[in-house]
Design a binder for this molecule. Sequence first.
Ligand code: PLP
Length: 223
Amino acid sequence: MNDPAQNLLDVKDKIEKAVETSARVSDPVTLVAVSKVHDRSRIEPVLKAGHRVFGENRVQEAQQKWPALKSDYDGVELHLIGPLQTNKVKEAVALFDVIQTLDREKLARKLASEMATQDRSLKLFIQVNTGEEAQKAGVFPKDVDTFVALCRDQLELQIEGLMCIPPVDEEPALHFMLLEKMAKRNNIKNLSMGMSADFEAAIAFGASHVRVGTAIFGERSPI
Ligand SMILES: *Cc1c(COP(=O)(O)O)cnc(C)c1O
């Protein structure tokens, strides 16, 4: 359990089994290894094992770790999975390849103009607050269709997927189902849902991306 590379293999194995038993016909599942809080010594074994897709939740922390790792290892795809302030958009566009937490018009406008300025095209996921929790980021379910249309029609942004973080005290399956429904009716193909505790269930409900931290890197000590 204290070997991230071995844990990676175990998680990949579980993903494969979940894909087999879910009778899904869609594309393979992308494992986003969530390396927040962990330093280079924990991340490198996973890179050395050949894994290239990682998630971080803070722009500043990612800026300290990833430019060096990206230059040492080819083909890294870095996902931002935490809230993005508009005053960090410039740095985020320069470093990340995927933003999973697009959740408001102001941010969408800023991302559109910054990607044009830097001539970089990031993949964007809209975060949906499926549990309508006050403390959590994300577009409310009732506003998703309008927000998707705004991003596509007015800002000409390509929306690659939807992302959710279900409330801790509720059955995640209900939230996974809801997200799947919203994606389908908006013709969005990717679903980022499922973490260490529930990624297999998420795959059964159609996840294309699972975000797994603890099961790979171990418990995060509080900072
Ligand atoms: C930390 C985090 C994860 C990973 O959670 P684990 O339970 O450690 O797998 C997934 N998604 C988001 C948005 C996170 O912040």
